[in-house]
Design a binder for this molecule. Structure first.
Ligand SMILES: *Cc1c(COP(=O)(O)O)cnc(C)c1O
Length: 364
């Protein structure tokens, strides 16, 4: 009898569509423009985007120029989406941005200059978004720069500012006063560009309430099932399910060591399942001792994580070689695993871009 030996990643696009509907209902009247940077948080930007288009999405955000080009190619001429590139207009990238009809998110004065120079040379108006830094201190024009740019029309010559946007630094903590501060600053900035649509909230910002939603919301992690601040949101469904088969079952005696090195000592008689997935498949190594898998209707603690194999303590669970163990999914919540591994849900997802065999459900 032959058994499966390696991990499989199931990406449930019906769950994605459900989450998209939940977020749209949360922000009625706003456009929801999915964020599918880093190859759709590791889940595959092309199938995600095609399904989201079918659900009504017409704008998408990516980070890199190359991601925008790949997405344009994947969507093809019959899905003429607006694709925003968060990296903006890097010097020399004009021809590529134009060829793929990408909308750069301009985030500095040099980017604005490069874009106006390109627009002048091409003789075509260039549609852009402008990003303003309202307090996160990562990316975007300062408030003074924004004011200066808005007041001298010349500095935006040839550019069509379609969207004015900013990004929240503390949205996962609704009580943080930085949220109010950023919101007030963003309201000032909006007034400088009355014709542009405004975009402020990513996943956590959407949940801060109507004052934060504006014209375009930019959900990323919540589309994939992650709740704000690594707290599961029961309205959202898991999109990614990682499973792996049991390869070996063994009994380990007290005093034995397990895995590499000498720091994982077994204290009591322990029944262990060795499962065919590891950090090369996206199981975060730091989840050892805190994470869990799901087998036979219960949680099973993760004892060690190596590159290709992990060990789970399975007690007296009914378990056989070849049985599938869920390592992430509807029963092993993204947010809990992120917390166990000391990271954020975003990082847990992008790690899945590894080796596991992929299955898409609900593809269009
Ligand atoms: C990544 C990103 C988002 C999406 O963030 P989530 O927390 O995944 O919703 C939105 N806007 C900007 C500018 C981003 O960089």
């Amino acid at each position: 009898m032959s058994h499966p030996t390696s991990a499989r990643l199931t990406i449930d696009l019906d769950a994605l569509a459900h989450n998209f509907a939940v977020l749209r209902a949360e922000a009625p009247g706003a456009e929801a423009a999915p964020v599918i940077k880093a190859d759709g948080y590791g889940l595959g930007a092309a199938p995600l985007a095609r399904r989201l288009w079918a659900e009504g999405a017409r704008g998408f955000f990516v980070a890199r120029l190359s991601e925008g080009e790949a997405l344009r190619a994947a969507l093809g001429a019959d899905h003429p989406a607006t694709i925003y590139v968060l990296d903006g207009f890097l010097a020399g990238s004009g021809a590529r941005l134009a060829a793929a009809r990408l909308t750069p998110v301009l985030s500095s004065l040099p980017q604005i200059e490069a874009a106006t120079t390109f627009a002048a040379a091409s003789g075509q108006p260039l549609a852009v978004a402008l990003q303003v830094d309202t307090g996160m201190n990562r990316q975007g024009l300062t408030l003074a720069e924004t004011q200066a740019v808005a007041q001298s029309g010349d500095r935006l010559r040839g550019l069509q500012v379609c969207v004015i946007m900013s990004h929240l630094g503390s949205a996962t903590d609704p009580a943080d006063p930085r949220n109010t501060l950023q919101r007030e600053r963003f309201a000032q900035v909006r007034r400088l560009f009355p014709q542009a649509r405004a975009s402020f909230a990513a996943s956590a910002g959407i949940m801060l309430g109507p004052d934060y939603r504006n014209d375009i919301i930019r959900p990323g992690i919540s589309l994939y099932g992650g709740g704000p601040e690594e707290r599961p949101d029961p309205r959202l469904r898991a999109v990614a399910k990682l499973e792996a088969p049991i390869l070996y079952i063994r009994n380990v005696e007290p005093g034995e060591l397990i895995g590499y090195g000498s720091n994982t000592r077994i204290e009591k008689p322990t029944r262990i399942a060795i499962v065919g997935a590891g950090y090369a498949d996206g199981v975060i190594r730091a989840s050892k001792g805190k994470g869990y898998g799901w087998l036979a209707g219960a949680r099973r603690p993760v004892i060690i994580v190596t590159m290709d194999l992990i060990a789970l303590e399975i007690g007296d669970a009914p378990a056989r070689i070849g049985d599938w163990v869920e390592l992430l999914g509807p029963n092993v919540l993204l947010d809990e695993i992120a917390t166990a591994a000391g990271t954020v849900a975003h990082e847990c997802l992008v790690r899945l871009s590894g080796r596991a065999e992929r299955i898409y459900l609900g593809e269009v």
